[in-house]
Ligand binder design. Sequence first.
Ligand code: AMP
Ligand code: MG
Length: 359
Amino acid sequence: MVLTKVHSVDPLNPDEDIIDRCCKAILNGAIIVFPTETVYGLGAYVYNVEAVRKIFIAKSRPMDNPLIVHISKIDQLYEIAIDVPEIVNIIAENFWPGPLTILLRKNRSVPKEVSGGLDTVAVRMPAHPVALKLIDCSGPIAAPSANISGRPSPTSPYHVLVDMFGRADIILDAGETFFGVESTIIDILSDPPKLLRPGAMPIEKIEEVLNKRIEIPVFALGYKESEKALAPGMKYKHYAPKTPLIIAKSRDYTDCRRYAEKVKKIAMDLIARGRNIAVVASTETADIYIDLNIKIFVLGSRKNLFEIAKNLFGVLRELDRSGVDMAIVEGYPEKGIGITIMNRLIKASGYRVVDVDTD
Ligand code: AMP
Ligand code: MG
C-alpha cells in the first residue's frame, strides 16, 4: 500500500506551486494520476524505468500492453521518436493538443517497458491545461488510463480515488474530464493509415483533414477477430463493470422509440426468467421502460453522442453499485463518436451483443 497524496487544482488555472511539486515528484520516480481531456491518466517520467514498472503494478496491467507517451511541445516528439514522417506536421497542426494518438518509430532512449517491447511508440499531446503544465515542467510522461486494468476508465476524481488511492503516489484532482472516453489511436506508419482504437476524435474528421481513407479493422469496431490480429493491449478485457451487460444492437436507430420497444421485449423476457435487471437508455427512450419497474440509467440524448460518450464510464461504474444482476444497454449508430461508444460497450459486455432486428 502506497501513501497517496491528493491535491485539488483548478482545471483551467492550476496552482503553480502544486504543479511544481508534482513535477519534482515525477522526476524523482513518483507515479501521478493527472487529468487529461479524455480520461484520467496514471503517469511516470518516460525515462524512469522503475517508475514505469510501478504503473503496471499499480494497475495490475499486463507488461506487454504499451503506454501512451504524453508530450506538451512538438520538440519532445523528436526525443522519443525517430523517422517522423511529414504527415505528423499536419496532424500536430490540426489535432494537437487533442485526443488523437499516433504511432511512431521509437527512439532507443525510450525504455522498452513503455512500448511493451515494440519498436513503435504511441504519442499524443493532451488538451488539458493541468496535463500540459505538468509535462512542460517535467518532460514527456508515459501514461495509460488511471483505472485498475480491465475496469472502466476514470472520468471523475471519485473514480480515481476508488481505483488508485493507496496505489498512486499523488492524485491531482481537477474535476470531471472533458470527453470521458479515451483518445483515438491511429497507425500512420501503415498506408492507408489504420485505426487501432476509436476514441474521442471522430475518424471522419481525421480522414477529412488528411484527405485519406483510414482503414478500420473489425477489432477496432469492438468486434472479435483472431487474437493474433489484435493490436497489443487490445486482446485484454476492457472497460468492464462487474455487472454483466447485454448490448442491444440494431441496423437502424432512426425511429428510436420503436427500437426501444424491441429492447423492452428482451428486458421483459429476462424479468420473466426472474432476473433483476437494469436498462441503460437515452433521454428519448427512458420512459418506455418505466412500467417494467426496473432501474433505468440515462446516458444522455441521442442527439448529442458526445454527451452519451462523456457519461458512459460513469454509468458503467454506477451499475456495480446498483445491485442488479445484469443490464441491457441500448446501442447507437456506428458512425462518428458512435463508433467509439459501441466499441467500448461491446468490449465492456465481453462481446454479448444481441441484434434486435433478427434475434
Ligand atoms: P490506455 O491509455 O490505458 O488506453 O492504454 C494505451 C493504449 O494504447 C493501449 O490500448 C495500447 O494497446 C495502445 N498502444 C500504446 N502503444 C502502442 C503501440 N506501440 N502499438 C499499438 N498500440 C499501442
Ligand atoms: Mg486504459
